[in-house]
Design a protein around this ligand. Structure first.
Ligand code: A2P
Length: 335
């Protein structure tokens, strides 16, 4: 008997992709309930050719729900996640609310699917950068001990929600037409600009909240609690795909050709590493697709010991970075 599935935040950037991922991956379900704020109640959204009404999220929303996919922010998850669990639902939460709780697995199925198991009724879906990054690191991490990571990200608007994507469109249009444009969702002009990630900055260390999440979650997903990770997170004017330049230092030198072969076989990965054609991972080629692309595999000239490789990675923020990973967790649970 197929489960009843609910999506909390169905009208948001990730919510829409959750609906699409359930369709694309042919997830077996007996009915779908779409939940959002009172603002959206009464709307309908298309699922498998039927119009499904959007209902207002309330404490009574979870009666009869087997799987609840949450994507309406950490505040909503903190309040309604435990309510959904109490009503008998298995919660898969896309927010940061529970990701570091010991009794909540933090899961990227290709990387640590074996950690899905005995738990509190909540499974956490990682931060988008951590999910895309660890899928690309997993084949290397399984064979060789990683000693240190250094990461620079190029992050899309979608991580800040549907309104930020629209602000990027409107701000770009205004810039091209020479009109003034005042951003309201993100703190800085987005068109033809890049800026440090909009998460709060810790005044002591100078690291922002996004960087701290990626560090903590990458360590947890790879089961390497002390792994040294350096990172700089930047927003770039891209709609929905994150890219990142990553330097991986290993305990022992890892041959470039071996790394390429491991990554070519990696689950959820596609090797895009054509030096002759200067063709490497790009947001325009991963947007809307399920695979994470990895390429530009080369020796890091900044490490004369020869123990470090440089990689460039790109993945769809809304799919592998959020909705698709959540649906893969639901699939793993059923299996
Ligand atoms: P709504 O569209 O009704 O505001 P995004 O990440 O793209 O900004 O989307 C956020 C999602 O979370 C939307 O589906 C939004 O619904 C939903 N949401 C925001 N606030 C609430 C709330 N108080 N109760 C239920 N859903 C909410």
């Amino acid at each position: 008997n197929a489960p009843v599935v609910a999506i909390v935040g169905a009208t948001g950037a990730v919510g829409v992709e959750l609906i699409r991922s359930l369709e694309m991956r042919n997830f077996p379900l007996s009915s779908l309930r779409l939940l959002a704020s009172a603002r959206s109640a009464g709307r309908t959204m298309d699922f498998r050719g039927a119009q499904v009404p959007v209902e207002e999220l309330t404490e009574d929303s979870f009666a009869g729900v087997d799987i609840a996919l949450f994507s309406a922010g950490a505040t909503i998850s903190r309040k309604f996640g435990p309510i959904a669990v109490a009503a008998g639902a298995q919660v898969i939460d896309n927010s940061s609310a529970f990701r570091m709780n010991d009794d909540v697995p933090l899961v990227v199925p290709e990387v640590n699917g074996d950690t899905i198991g005995n738990q509190s009724g909540i499974i956490a879906n990682p931060n988008c950068v951590a999910a895309i990054l660890t899928v690309a690191l997993a084949p290397l991490h399984r064979k060789h001990t990683i000693r240190r990571l250094n990461i620079a990200t190029y992050q899309a608007a979608s991580g800040a929600g549907a309104a930020a994507m629209e602000e990027l469109r409107q701000g770009t249009l205004a810039a091209i037409e020479g009109r003034d444009f005042t951003p309201e969702v993100l703190p800085h002009p987005y068109a033809f600009n890049i800026f440090s990630h909009n998460a709060d900055v810790d005044p002591e260390t100078g690291y922002n909240g996004e960087e701290l999440k990626v560090i903590a979650e990458t360590r947890r997903i790879l089961a390497r609690p002390d792994l040294p990770v350096g990172i700089t997170c930047i927003r770039v004017p891209i709609l929905r795909a994150h890219a990142m330049a990553v330097t991986v230092e290993f305990e022992e030198p890892v041959d470039e050709a071996e790394a390429r072969a491991l990554l070519a076989e990696g689950a959820g990965l596609r090797l895009v590493d054509d030096r002759a054609a200067n063709h490497f991972p790009m947001p325009c080629e991963v947007s809307g697709g399920e695979d994470v692309h990895v390429g530009r595999i080369r020796r890091d000239l900044g490490d004369p010991s020869g123990r470090s490789l440089a990689l460039f990675i790109a993945g769809d923020q809304l799919l592998k970075g959020a909705a698709q990973n959540a649906v893969q967790i639901a699939e793993a649970l059923r299996a």
